[in-house]
Write a protein that binds this ligand. Structure first.
Ligand code: AMP
Length: 280
């Protein structure tokens, strides 16, 4: 595995990997790698070509200085994890490498970026889309592998790729969870033991919605959202939003549309903001 910090070197390596004619899969991350990220890498390897992973804590997508400062970082462990996973190139640029002085451009995927996560964290998706587009231009992969845990991000990036006629195939990987159901997230490392136990109510709320839809035939969003509010009304947890939305347009639905719905939840557990979702 080659560890690369400069854009020029990354481009050259990517070009060499592309010259094999096999798929080149790209997995962008913010580091603090866990089994969710490793599943993405596994999926990328499964495409049968080479794999590039990036690790960059992107300041442009943080809307809170403290959150950026507190974001978990473990570069040595991440490098080893990528090496062990058989990654071909691991790109770890500095902030100055990605955003040199005078950087002015940003990418905004319209109204999709202003809802839910975008409403709670204005400018977040502008940061995500800008860095993802820049990384895609550097690596020029055939496949971009993203987790479905960040459901809104996935939909927005799909939209960006389509709108800008990008020649890259988006691959979605289902959410990887701990044995007790908590969605793996780099931010879980910041939870105390009690907060971690309390955070399980998010997954319980999503399971409850599945039960109500599948076993009781309740499709009315108002009723399902009420069930989510009850299930997450617990110590340490403050629900930020719960939404039942169309998977393509992210528009709120009055009724669950089987096969095309996301149930989205964001909650603060102590000071740690967690998101999760399920598809119905
Ligand atoms: P992050 O490092 O949190 O920005 O995430 C990098 C990529 O890993 C994104 O595509 C995420 O959606 C994905 N990811 C994060 N957590 C999980 C998880 N628990 N299961 C699957 N994918 C995940």
């Amino acid at each position: 595995m080659e560890l690369i910090q400069q854009i020029g070197k990354m481009r050259a390596k990517a070009r060499a990997l592309q010259s094999t004619g096999k798929p080149l899969a790209f997995v962008p991350t913010m580091g603090a790698l866990h089994k969710g990220h490793l599943r993405l890498i596994e999926r990328a390897k499964g495409l049968g070509g080479s794999v590039v992973v990036s690790s960059f804590v992107n300041p442009m997508q943080f809307t809170n200085e403290q959150d950026l400062k507190n974001y978990p970082r473990d570069p040595a462990k991440d490098e080893k994890a990528c090496r062990d996973a058989g990654v071909d190139a691991y790109f770890v640029p500095s902030v100055e490498e990605i955003y040199p002085q005078g950087f002015l451009t940003s990418v905004n995927v319209g109204y999709l970026s202003t809802k839910y996560e975008g409403a709670s964290r204005p400018g977040h998706f502008r940061g995500v889309c800008t860095v993802v587009l820049k990384l895609l231009n550097i690596v020029r992969p055939t496949h971009l592998v993203l987790g479905l845990k960040d459901a809104q991000q996935f939909t927005i990036i799909q939209h960006m790729l389509d709108d800008l006629s990008m020649d890259v195939e988006l691959v979605g990987v289902p959410t990887v969870r701990d044995a007790d159901g908590l969605a793996l997230s780099s931010r879980n490392a910041l939870l105390t033991k009690d907060q971690r136990a309390a955070a399980l109510c998010i997954q319980r709320a999503l399971k409850r919605v599945h039960f109500l839809v599948k076993k009781q035939g309740i499709l009315h969003s108002g009723e399902l959202l009420q069930a989510i509010r009850s299930a997450t009304n617990t110590e340490h947890v403050t629900l930020d939003y719960a939404a039942i939305v169309n998977r393509t347009t992210l528009e709120p639905l009055d009724h669950v549309m089987r096969g095309g719905t996301y149930i989205l939840i964001a909650a603060k557990v102590g000071d740690v903001r967690l998101i999760d979702n399920t598809r119905i």
